[in-house]
Design a protein around this ligand. Sequence first.
Ligand code: FES
Length: 692
Amino acid sequence: MKPNLYRCIFQVHRWTGLTIGMVILMMALTGVVNLFRPQLEPVVNRDLLTVPTCSERVPLDVLGETARAAHTGGRLDYIKLSAGEPGAARMPAARVRFDDPQFDVYMNPCTGAVIDERARYGGVLGTIEQTHILRFSEEKWVRSITGVCAIIFGIVLIGGGFYMWWPRRGGYGRALKLDARLEGRARSMNRHRIAGVYGSLVLIALILSGLPLVFEWYRNGLYTLTGSSLPQKPPKSAPADRDSPRVSMEAFWQKVQALEPNPAHALLKYPGEGPNAPLEAYMVARGASHENARSLLFLDAYNGKVLRYTPYEKASPGFKLYFWMISFHTGSVGGWPMKLILLFGTLMVPVLAYTGIRSNLRRRKSPAAAAAAVPLMPVGVKRIAFEAADIKSFELVSATGALLPAFTPGSHINVSIEDGLQRQYSLCNDPNERHRYLIAVKRVADSHGGSRAMHELVEEGDLLSISAPRNHFALHPAAGHHVLVAGGIGITPLLCMARHLLSIGASFELHYFTRSIEQTAFHAALSAPEFVPHVSFHCAIERGRLRETLHPLLSRRATDAHLYLCGPCGFMDLVEEMAAAAWPAGTVHVEHFAANPLALAGERKPFEVTLARSGGTFTVPVSKSIVNVLAERGVCVTTSCEQGVCGTCLTGVLEGKPDHRDAFLSPQERSAGAKMLVCVSRASTPHLVLDL
Ligand code: FES
């Protein structure tokens, strides 16, 4: 997997989880209550929902009229009757629903007395149901929010999570188990993954079964998928004249009973608006496979003739699937075992939220990375100048007009070029200047994006984000003389040093090696009279004569002299090698601006890396860096150059011996083995323990 793709999915997954995931968390928590509502409701609202069992009921028309007298406003919508359990002391109350706004009047079907009335989503459990479906408005888009969030949850969080979890090199057993040895963030991530893997199957089923309740297109899709025709429009009643009397609700109920004797539930709708509106009812038989196994009945509202009757068994597959999904979603399919499975899956959502947020808060960076993550500040590009072939300088000024942070000779800044792309550039102006920073960028053919973007995308007047200056290449304070040796674009930090040394009157010499005058950046500036006694240009030196040219500079060392090198790797290696005899350790200071290709190309072996603070042991194969492997496991190490040049990913080594492949650490730091650049360096021992 490409690390960038992984990182992209990881970031989308994380931010979706922290936003949409919170809506899903609300839906899951309320969904758990809804799941057990049929069991909770008779306990919480016993006296509202049940009455002492009786054998005789009052006629439905009396119930309806009494409810209408008790409830002001609204339109009678339906009466719902439910049968009690045989032999039970109490039976369900009748519910008379008013529409616009929806209101339920609960009635004793035996006495016709009103028990109480309540808004459609009234009471604690009603409010929880309302919250679960966000039914705070009848606006279609508001009602769609839960469905949209569920779809995003399914695609981004479950799909993306699976993509990141998938063990591409086998090891499914480990990927499916809780690892008790892990600590810290690795532990949270392990729990997050396991909860996701096991919970997602149930959650996907809940999403798929919940969508028909929200989206009509989805509902219609179920009919199409099963080869069923879409539900027909209700048939029409045929009134003899406009004032014909309608069939009473009690007569309606008798018709229902004749077709479906003693149903477990029956809902009888009052005729709707208009003279042709039929009487409509649905019934669920006792012992039906689920509580929405509905038979549908339409009667002529005037003569009581059956216009259409569809027993559940004869309903279309699409109809059956739709109502089965509703029952599945509400936990009324499969009895207690299925209820417990749904409970498990739903409870995985708070576990995912907790472990996800916790691992996010526990994102730890190495000390160097933390230091590297300095805040960025906006600067304007005041001027861009061509300094030499393929080299442009960029003058940056504060976007707010304030003075820029002070810097010392040899400092560099991080420049944020495009989304996620940062590069380090040395400052080459005089450190006394606080009103501007000057950097120079050479466009390289094999650019990883940085120099190309700087040359092609950045224009005068643009805003860039930069870090405050940092310095890994400082002038030695005790040096009595400074020898600056630059190769090509390596002039940039040395130019800054030269300007500073000139301004303080220090002793220094600058040797600047380039392939030609055309490729010599800042030639005019360095040819200024004040620089002439200090600067030597070495242009177009033949390869065979380079040693000869360098020899007088490096074969002897004045007391208190320090040597500063910056340039291409081959050039730097040669200078360091030639200086080794006369310049003791600590007197040679180097700054690389590109990776060392020889070091990067060295033999690669797989090894294991253990994270001491976050926990977890991972194998680093030959094809990947430590940073890549950690990113795949959700452990984020801040990087910038990813070439072992900038030092951003500097990480402490607690055990094992690093195989340094960077161009950043000094020879002393390398042999100490206490730190390494995890973007490129590997291990000489089979196992490393990192301070991460
Ligand atoms: Fe620059 Fe590792 S990211 S050295």
